[in-house]
Design a protein around this ligand. Structure first.
Ligand code: ATP
Length: 247
């Protein structure tokens, strides 16, 4: 369903490629994890797949839609949960969600009902009419997630959806994502939470320096890596222990 062929990105003025000749196939119904150290290229890859960033070379299709000629149809098919909050702090949760829903052509009662349904599942019903500016990080993450799924996307891209949230919010977010997946949404998610990814993902790709260096079901990767007890052990064996500081 997602077919990525030799996809590369070199930012303007950069010396090196952030994503380099990357090939990947993600099947319908998967929960696919993109893992990798800071600067590995996860956000760059997700941004290209969401048509937010133009590839330098290579190609990809989602549900056989080509990113060059069928961008408009492709955007209707996908949802994006960005790493940064894409919310208007001065608006209430409901107003934010109504705005995002209307961007996908949703209106009136159906949109209103969908918003209230999601707010309820996310434990936010009583905050519907409160300004987002006063929300905690976990509440903002949950509103951010709802904003990206109101149009019921076939594929949802999530860039670190549980970063900076408490365990309670994380459980609600992961639970809702699993429910979405059960009802047919393919999830592609990046994270630094390896324990979470180990339990949540059907398959993961470990990315480093813009390339896939290892891919498979978490359990199989752990079983195949000598002395590995969990995905973090596999990750460290594949990517090393050196810090990835850059400025
Ligand atoms: N707008 C940009 N201009 C130039 N270089 C960029 C830009 N955005 C990212 N990069 C570089 O591209 C590389 C990949 O960055 P990217 O943000 O995709 O990594 P990441 O795996 O998402 O990292 P993190 O886990 O820290 O979010 C890094 O070297 C980064 O410095």
């Amino acid at each position: 369903m997602i077919q990525i062929n030799q996809l590369s990105k070199k930012y303007k003025g950069a010396d090196t490629f952030s994503v380099f000749e990357l090939n990947l196939q993600i099947e319908e119904g998967e929960i696919f994890g993109l893992l990798g150290p800071n600067g590995a290229g996860k956000t760059t890859l997700i941004s290209m797949l969401c048509s937010l960033l133009k590839p330098t070379s290579g190609s990809f299709t989602i549900n056989d839609l080509n990113f060059r000629d069928q961008k408009k149809q492709l955007k209707q098919l996908i949802g994006i949960v960005p790493q940064e909050y894409a919310l208007y702090p001065a608006l209430t949760a409901y107003e934010n969600l109504y705005y995002f829903g209307s961007m996908y052509g949703l209106t009136g009662e159906p949109l209103k009902n969908t918003i209230y349904d999601h707010l309820k599942i996310m434990g936010l019903s009583r905050f519907a009419n409160k300004r987002v500016a006063n929300f905690s990080g976990g509440m903002k993450r949950r509103v951010n997630l709802i904003a990206s799924i109101l149009h019921n996307p076939k594929v949802l891209f999530l860039d670190e959806p549980t970063v900076g949230v408490d365990v309670q919010s994380k459980n609600v977010i992961i639970g809702h994502l699993e429910e979405l997946n059960r009802s047919g949404t393919t999830l592609v998610y990046s994270s630094h939470h390896l324990n979470e990814a180990e339990n949540f993902c059907t398959r993961v790709a470990i990315i480093d320096h813009g390339r896939v260096i290892c891919m498979g079901e978490p359990g199989v990767l752990i079983a195949n890596q000598k002395n590995a007890h969990n995905l973090e052990d596999v990750f460290l064996s594949k990517t090393g222990k050196a810090l990835r500081d850059h400025a």
